[in-house]
Design a protein around this ligand. Structure first.
Ligand SMILES: [Zn+2]
Length: 117
């Protein structure tokens, strides 16, 4: 649809003033439209990537939070406890744990109990 209107607008990409034929034109030309589109896509990718990283960092914590029976590796995201410290707490009988095969299993309630003593 062509019109006879001419309005001055500010390009949303380069900031230059230009004369547009519609009141909704955002860019001074195809170049700026394309560059802005690419910039937006790039920013979306960065945002997606950041979100993915955040999710990956959260996964061990979310997994540990949903378990009643925890492994040593769950104690790190949950309590910030290193493996060494976890083994020491078990060895010193400060944290109750059951050895199943070659790994320890800790009940969530035994972790809570540690706080009560
Ligand atoms: Zn422009």
């Amino acid at each position: 649809m062509s019109s006879n209107i001419r309005v001055q607008r500010k390009c949303q990409h380069c900031g230059n003033l230009f004369i547009a034929k519609t009141t909704v034109t955002k860019f001074c030309g195809d170049d700026c439209a394309k560059r802005n589109y690419k910039k937006r896509k790039r920013e979306e990718k960065v945002a997606d990537s950041n979100e993915e990283t955040a999710n990956e960092l959260q996964l061990p914590l979310i997994a540990a939070q949903s378990k009643d029976y925890l492994e040593i590796k769950d104690l790190q995201p949950l309590l910030g406890l290193s493996r060494r410290t976890a083994y020491r707490l078990i060895r010193d009988n400060r944290l109750n744990a059951l050895k199943l095969g070659n790994r320890y299993v800790v009940r969530r309630k035994d972790i809570d109990k540690m706080f009560e003593i």
